[in-house]
Design a protein around this ligand. Structure first.
Ligand SMILES: *[C@@H]1O[C@H](CO)[C@@H](O)[C@H](O)[C@H]1NC(C)=O
Ligand SMILES: *[C@@H]1O[C@H](CO)[C@@H](O)[C@H](O)[C@H]1NC(C)=O
Ligand SMILES: *[C@@H]1O[C@H](CO)[C@@H](O)[C@H](O)[C@H]1NC(C)=O
Length: 293
């Protein structure tokens, strides 16, 4: 009777359905109800047991699916403690040139605030030596920059996406150089050659990231009445990492620290050369990553 109908939505839909069924359930439990007979009591108990069973199955299924999804993320990503913040979702990219967006448009303090929020205001995460052993052929662990003692003294790390967004932001500002030249230290404190080199580094880092993540989504185009040229539709769906979740991971696990506070800690050992030079010397030719070249 009632038992099957209350179970089906539980198994087929999410836990919201599970919450919705509770008020119904409580109504039946009302001892003042004239329908509270011996028969309805056994129906109630059967219902209750099925509810418990389906909640257990639902919780297990959710747990198992998030465990599988987290395993897939780990299998397809280089290790980082920030993988903990990864959640996937479907997102439609906004490709229309005329589209209003807080990320684009002529320079303004609001536009700068949006970019600052995801670049300079993103905290850096402290990690311990076991993380470095997992992720790097460390050249000398004692040469790594650390947070100062009042920030915990752990090894200082920056998340890649923050640097990538910093690079895009720098390119965005360079387009409006006159507006930013007096307020952006990377512009006013460097010669024009140095700025161009910095931007070239940025472009090449972003190139490697795009190649590394090579998006295989399909872009179609349409013939439009009255137009001679096809119109490309960039507004496609993508499976994305939820950015808010990753930002929150940095905010909850990191420290926002002024670069000038990062000074050599007691016992710091200087590397004799830039890390890329040492790495280059240590690499066998067949090890050279093609994106690196
Ligand atoms: C920047 O972040 C703050 C704090 O999260 C938020 O209140 C503000 O709306 C953000 N600004 C923009 C332009 O996104
Ligand atoms: C930038 O600084 C220069 C020299 O200090 C000044 O002449 C110029 O007006 C400033 N520009 C802006 C946009 O503030
Ligand atoms: C690192 O290598 C580059 C070119 O390979 C060289 O110019 C530089 O002197 C080396 N070392 C340092 C500390 O810059």
């Amino acid at each position: 009777m009632g038992s099957n109908t209350s179970l089906e939505p539980l198994l087929m839909e999410g836990d919201r359905e599970c919450d919705n069924s509770s008020p119904d359930f409580n109504e039946k439990n009302n001892p003042r109800s004239p329908f509270f007979t011996r028969k309805s009591l056994s129906v109630f108990i059967a219902n209750f047991l099925l509810l418990i069973l389906s909640v257990v199955i639902l919780v297990f299924a959710k747990f198992e699916s998030s465990r599988q999804s987290s395993l897939c993320t780990k299998e397809h990503s280089f290790y980082s403690p920030a993988l903990e913040g990864v959640k996937y979702e479907k997102v439609r990219f906004a490709g229309l040139p005329e589209l209003d967006s807080k990320w684009r448009g002529p320079p303004s303090s609001l536009l700068d605030e949006a970019w600052d929020n995801v670049t300079s205001k993103v905290p850096e995460i402290p990690v311990d030596e076991s993380v470095v052993h997992r992720t790097h052929n460390q050249l000398d662990i004692n040469s790594l920059t650390r947070f100062p003692p009042e920030f915990g003294g752990q090894i200082y790390s920056e998340v890649e996406w923050k640097h990538q967004l910093h690079c895009l932001n720098l390119m965005r500002k360079y387009i409006h150089f006159d507006y930013y030249k007096n307020t952006t230290s990377l512009f006013y404190a460097y010669s024009s050659d140095e700025i161009v080199n910095h931007l070239a580094h940025c472009i090449d880092m972003l190139r490697q990231s795009v190649m590394c993540n090579a998006d295989t989504g399909l872009i179609f185009s349409y013939w439009i009445e009255g137009h001679d040229h096809k119109h490309v539709d960039f507004n496609n769906e993508h499976v994305c990492r939820n950015f808010e979740s990753l930002l929150e991971y940095q905010q909850q696990n990191g420290h926002l620290i002024a670069q000038k506070l990062l000074v050599r800690h007691p016992g710091a050992v200087d590397l004799p050369d830039y890390p890329e030079n040492v790495t280059r010397l240590m690499m066998r030719p067949e090890e050279r990553n093609k994106y690196y070249l």
